[in-house]
Write a protein that binds this ligand. Structure first.
Ligand code: PGA
Ligand code: ZN
Length: 431
């Protein structure tokens, strides 16, 4: 098989919110072709790599990505065509050098990532290996706990519901990924019944979870507890909870503004609030409890809760090795969220996961609120053995694309597959 890259072709396609994004097709000399599509966030961290958008108000309200597409078809193709698709690190380094900025702002992280992912998939196809085995080798056998975001708030629900952005269930008590997904689906449907009984609307937010108009950020936890029980499962023993408040979105002038509760808190007061929630509900993970530059606040958070649950930095670390290393030095968290498009290449994403693992930290792989049916992260999660991921609700095609791919991987592995279960998190499940 000749793995030489002979073509790179990008296309402007639409994501799950109807906004443009980049798709790349990579062609090898042996005739193998592979495609990859780049996701896009809404509660984006300010330290993320740059998602290049055209800014032309006459084309998708400025959100077009034709410049990023042109960079793939032009400068990037010129540099990368002729390289061996298996030389992932060299290819990613060549693109980083070609871009020449610290944040991929010239060519666009969306352009660079599309190529990085398409090249990996082409090399896997040429090797006749599933992507998870190409990336992870014979050791890639552990299926992650799916943390399903069944109740949406914040910017993902246009601020019409909870301030906290994501309320996730963690069915870690299941015996397999398949069973965990089944439990998630049953809880999702039970939650819909609970909401309807209480007269709530059951429209969904960007990640497929319900987006009711609640009057506090604790009310969703109550509703979800009822959903778990209605589905015949035990909160704590069978299913835990994970929350991503995405607090950078409601942090202004040094304070955290809880609109639904009509009050503002400082970091220490918000940590008190979280501590109360952790005492009252079966929490296993809290992501972005504090804002992206509130390093002192994070230290308080980690001192109080870091021994009990997994504390994940998303906007704080943006999948960036330098920021994760600072977090390790300053002892502000015990895990990092892992999003390919926050940093812009597969190689740097793998480096971020390795940095976490070597420090005894967790690595929590994530989709974005704007997604496509590309299921790359499902394979990547198994390959890098991170033990847990989030891909939204067990509903909506672009969310299920990842969960369904994990069903296929589990099925293909057969008796070699094992489910991460209660060992998925960096702090042992307490129940
Ligand atoms: P985003 O949200 O994809 O809209 O940035 C996801 C998250 O905050 O984890
Ligand atoms: Zn987040």
């Amino acid at each position: 098989m000749d793995n030489t890259i002979v073509g790179l072709q990008a296309l402007e396609i639409l994501d799950s919110r109807g906004n443009p994004t980049v798709e790349v097709e990579c062609t090898l000399a042996c005739g193998v072709k592979a495609r990859a599509a780049v996701p896009s966030g809404a509660s984006t961290g300010v330290h993320e790599a740059v998602e290049l958008r055209d800014g032309d108000p006459k084309h998708f309200g400025g959100k077009g990505v034709t410049k990023a597409v042109a960079h793939v078809n032009g400068a990037i193709a010129e540099q990368i065509v002729g390289m061996d698709a298996r030389a992932q690190a060299a290819i990613d380094e060549a693109m980083i050098a070609l871009d020449g900025t610290p944040n991929k702002g010239r060519l666009g992280a969306n352009a660079i990532l599309g190529v990085s992912m398409a090249v990996a998939r082409a090399a896997a196809n040429a090797a006749d290996l599933p992507l998870f085995q190409y990336l992870g080798g014979p050791d890639a056998t552990r299926l992650p706990v799916p943390n399903m975001n069944i109740l949406n708030g914040g910017v993902h629900a246009r601020w019409q519901g909870a301030d906290f952005q994501e309320f996730m269930i963690a069915p870690y008590g299941a015996d397999s990924f398949r069973e965990a997904l089944e439990w998630g689906s049953e809880i999702y449907h039970a939650l819909r019944s609970v909401l309807m009984e209480k007269g709530h609307r059951v429209g969904v937010g960007d990640e497929g979870g319900f987006a009711p108009e609640v009057s506090s950020n604790e009310e969703p936890l109550e509703l979800i507890m009822q959903g778990i029980e209605k589905a015949g499962l035990k909160p704590g023993a069978d299913v835990g909870m994970a929350v991503d408040p995405a607090s950078s979105e409601f942090f202004r002038d040094g304070r955290y503004h809880l609109r639904t509760e009509n009050r503002t808190l400082n970091a220490a007061e918000l940590v008190d609030y979280y501590e109360k929630l952790v005492a009252n509900y079966p929490f296993v993970l809290l992501e972005d409890g504090l804002a992206e530059d509130d390093w002192e606040g994070w230290q308080i958070l980690n001192a109080r809760l870091g021994g009990v649950i997994e504390l994940v930095g998303d906007d704080l670390f943006v999948t960036n090795v330098q920021r994760i290393k600072r977090g390790i030095r300053e002892n502000v968290a015990n895990a990092a969220l892992i999003k390919l498009n926050q940093i812009g290449t597969l190689t740097e994403t793998i480096a971020a996961v390795r940095t976490c693992s070597r420090a005894g930290w967790g690595a929590f792989v994530s989709h974005r609120s704007g997604e496509t049916v590309d299921s790359f992260i499902a394979d990547m999660t198994v390959a890098l053995d991170t033990g847990h991921l989030k891909s939204g609700a067990p509903a909506r095609g672009e969310r299920l694309a990842k969960y369904n791919q994990l069903l296929r991987i589990e099925n293909a592995l057969g008796s070699a597959a094992h489910f991460a279960g209660k060992n998925a998190y960096v702090r042992p499940v307490r129940f």
